[in-house]
Write a new protein. Structure first.
Length: 612
């Protein structure tokens, strides 16, 4: 399907991001939901999400406003627009068939329409051709059934789907049962022929015995009677037949560890019952015949003499020998400073300087080394949200707060927003000043940028949540840049628990000297990763500023550096992927150099800010 619509496997991740960002969950559109007997709303449907994507491509990025009640999604541009077009074409074909196939028709008509459907959807190579042929044969069987039964009555889609599933399960590309020395077959009755060895694979929990999920048109399942077939009981009988058929070896296999978090997974209840029976009736230890395979094919356990495990792979054997030898840790990721960057790096935008000091290791890895680490991927949701995600709630409240300060907010806004806006109005003028454009030469650097969020004579920043180090870094740097031309104060509002907290940064005539120091640190941070960490360094300087001794401050800061062993969800800052890479196998990261640069960069912020 991807080949047919020219969608590369690597592009699927980008499509998943679009789907998540547009909050697509399920349903074609409002009409599709109405046909299912559900409320006819368009939000979180495929059509609504696609309309957002297409509008984002058609409208200019600065036109971020509702168009006919739809907010454009403006993250798709350039060559990505072609990918979007291919994806939309694929979905439109599916949508048209989904609507058409909701109407019942005769088996002959189903055969014709399904055959016409698969041709435009698949572009197969030689390797996949047999699989497509199996599907074509299963569709052809519908016509044969219609001819043999002389039935031209209309049939629902779920009946056809059940028949196709049965046909595909029964079809086989190999030889028949008992055709050679080694036989692979499905678990079916009347195959309990004696064998020396019987192997049963896939006996994981919930997979076997199977759960009976009859189709909606199964009248027998709708009106069960005594003596009806029970699929779970049938599976139990098949398992017993297989056990009785084995003359020398009865081999059972299941996946015992999760691929996601490596946690143990239980086997089928039949395996557990068999083990319990053996323990109760035989003087045999379970560990004598339960084998837990190693996770790697090159494990030395696979090549031990007289062991229960074995392998015929010479390559894996060689790898196992190497892995058994003393292993050296990976060398430090960074052990020598890079050459100085080009002159263009001396032209520094204010936003870029803020980005650097908000996370120096991330800036170094991304911008100087050109390495973009993948973000941790979450599962795509398939249900519409019934509650706001914390980040979504924050974004909405922040936008309401912006509007409230500008006097355009809705009446009866959230109490938290109203009280927060009132606290700001008591301290700052309501009127918004024009954006200030700044360009200054400081030593060998040219610093430029735009300073907005100025109300009256005060630079104002606010976050309707707990303040983070990056918030103080941003207002500090913007405050210094503004004070190059006019000595004015700055205010930062945030939350501390349930209280509204505000910090004032008075005007200063030392802005040029402080910025010169920061630019020197910035230039050094372009050659090597700095031992300046947002959480850990900030907490260290915070404790020093509150009067703690260095040893105590270092200990308290190291709590943010290390992970909490008793709380797996609480990760220390050293687990940050960019910090983890930049300081891989670096001894004593929190050393005197770390103390010095933390105090040098963050110390002036603590000295200047005043809690109000």
């Amino acid at each position: 399907v991807q080949r047919c619509f020219q969608i590369a496997p690597a592009e699927m991740e980008m499509i998943r991001v679009w789907i998540d960002d547009c909050a697509i969950r399920w349903g074609i559109d409002a009409q599709h939901r109405a046909r299912l007997g559900l409320p006819a709303f368009a939000e979180n449907s495929w059509r609504h999400g696609l309309d957002r994507m297409l509008l984002g491509c058609a409208l200019r990025p600065e036109k971020r406003e509702l168009f006919d009640g739809i907010l454009p999604f403006d993250e798709i541009e350039g060559s990505s627009a072609e990918l979007l077009g291919n994806f939309v074409e694929f979905l439109e074909r599916l949508f048209s068939r989904a609507i058409e196939f909701s109407k019942p028709r005769s088996l002959s008509e189903w055969q014709r329409d399904l055959r016409e459907t698969i041709e435009p959807l698949f572009a197969v190579d030689d390797a996949a051709q047999p699989e497509l042929n199996r599907l074509r044969n299963a569709i052809s069987n519908l016509g044969e059934i219609a001819g043999a039964s002389q039935n031209d009555k209309a049939v629902e889609l779920d009946v056809v789907a059940a028949q196709l599933e049965d046909s595909l399960e029964e079809s086989s590309s190999g030889a028949g049962f008992l055709s050679g020395q080694l036989t692979f077959c499905a678990f079916k009755p009347m195959r309990s022929v004696p064998f020396k060895v019987v192997c049963v694979l896939g006996l994981k929990d919930e997979a076997y015995p199977r759960h009976d999920r009859p189709p909606s048109f199964d009248l027998v399942a709708q009106h069960p009677q005594r003596g009806d077939r029970n699929i779970r009981d049938s599976d139990r009988a098949l398992f017993l037949e297989a056990l009785l058929s084995a003359r020398e070896v009865f081999y059972l296999s299941y996946v015992g560890q999760s691929l996601r978090d490596n946690q143990p997974l239980p086997p089928s209840v039949l395996v557990s019952e068999l083990l319990d029976y053996i323990v109760e009736n035989f003087e045999t230890k379970i560990d004598d015949f339960v084998i837990r395979h190693p996770l790697q094919a090159f494990s030395a356990r696979n090549f031990q003499p007289n062991g229960k495990l074995f392998s015929y792979s010479a390559d894996n054997c060689a790898a196992g020998i190497i892995s058994g030898k003393s292993r050296l840790e990976a060398p430090p990721f960074f052990d020598e400073a890079l050459s100085e960057p080009g002159k263009e790096w001396r032209e520094v935008e204010v936003a870029r300087l803020v980005e650097f000091f908000s996370h120096p290791a991330k800036f170094f890895v991304r911008h100087r080394l050109g390495i973009e680490l993948p973000r941790e991927r979450e599962e795509t949701e398939d249900r519409e949200p019934f509650a706001l995600h914390s980040l979504d709630r924050y974004d909405i409240e922040q936008k309401l707060l912006d509007d409230a300060l500008d006097g355009v907010g809705p009446e009866g806004a959230l109490e938290t927003v109203s009280s927060f806006a009132e606290a700001i109005r008591e301290r700052v003028a309501v009127k918004t000043e024009p954006v200030a454009t700044v360009r200054a030469e400081i030593n060998d650097f040219v610093l430029s940028g735009r300073i907005d969020r100025i109300r009256g004579d005060t630079l104002l920043h606010y976050r309707l949540t707990r303040l983070k180090p990056k918030d103080f870094v941003r207002i500090w740097i913007e405050h210094l840049v503004r004070n190059l031309t006019e000595q004015k104060p700055a205010l930062l509002f945030g939350k501390e628990g349930e209280e509204i907290a505000s910090y004032e940064v008075p005007s200063t005539n030392q802005a040029r000297e402080v910025l010169s120091d920061l630019l020197t640190v910035y230039w050094r941070g372009l050659r090597e990763p700095l031992r300046l960490f947002p959480r850990t360094s900030w907490k260290f300087v915070d404790k020093i500023s509150s009067g703690k001794k260095k040893e105590r401050a270092r200990y308290l800061a190291s709590e943010d550096w290390r992970s909490n062993e008793n709380d797996p969800s609480s990760k220390g800052e050293r687990e940050d992927p960019y910090i983890k890479l930049a300081f891989r196998n670096t001894a004593a990261v929190l050393d005197e150099e770390w103390e010095k640069i933390s105090l040098h960069v963050f110390g002036p912020i603590f000295s200047a800010r005043k809690r109000r």
